[in-house]
Design a protein around this ligand. Structure first.
Ligand code: GRF
Length: 202
């Protein structure tokens, strides 16, 4: 069976990458396979997760490559070398230019740890998202999977899942609940959905 070839872009712990790997092994993801993991951070534990799963993992460092153009050219070369169809941003903390996102129109998806359009856009990432939700006093938050375009967290929404905010939540406790109850569920589901659409197009 023809499968979409997936690249997962990471920067940190890689728990969302792990959810994708586990979903591939359990059969939740059957229309795609992770062929490549790219990290912009050489210390990312996500790289270890990829290696443990036998998945090709490369570090492409913007620090070393100096310019955004050089960084994106190196990423594009790796994507093309590996025949990638779908790019998944999973805890990826680097900006991608409009020329990059338009090159892969509707073939880049991202997981954001809030219910977009709340707590998203410039400056809202990682724990900052949950700090803002707690500061605002929302009773429900969650996660969103969306297509990536030139607007930070601006592309069409693919999936969302709500998570309750509990009294006494700290940003770390809320982050973990959103990951466990939302991110690690809707990201694999969305990877399968978009992979299936892509191979049906071929
Ligand atoms: C997660 O909260 C994710 O929503 C955000 O980055 C955080 C780290 O994710 N995009 P991971 O553990 O590296 O997958």
């Amino acid at each position: 069976m023809l499968k979409a070839k997936i690249a997962v872009l990471v920067s940190g712990g890689g728990t969302n990458l792990q959810a994708i790997i586990d979903a591939q092994n359990s059969g939740v993801i059957k229309s795609g396979e992770v062929a490549l993991v790219i990290s912009n951070n050489s210390g990312a534990y996500a790289l270890t997760r990829a290696e443990n799963a036998g998945i090709k993992a490369v570090c492409i460092s913007k620090k070393e490559l100096k310019t955004q153009e050089a960084f994106e050219s190196a990423v594009i070369a790796a994507l093309e070398e590996n025949g990638i169809d779908l790019i998944v941003l999973a805890g990826f903390m680097s900006i991608l230019s409009e020329s990059f996102t338009s090159r892969y129109d509707h073939r880049i998806i991202n997981i954001h740890p809030s219910l977009i359009p709340s707590f998203c856009g410039q400056g809202y990432y990682g724990l900052k998202v949950h700090e803002a939700a707690l500061k605002k006093g929302v009773k429900v938050t969650g996660a969103t999977v969306h297509f990536v375009n030139e607007i930070p967290d601006g592309g069409e929404i693919i999936a969302q899942k709500a998570v309750e905010v509990m009294d006494g939540d700290t940003p770390e406790v809320l982050q973990k609940r959103v990951m466990e109850q939302a991110e690690w569920i809707i990201l694999p589901q969305s990877v399968e959905k978009i992979s299936a659409e892509l191979i049906n197009e071929k």
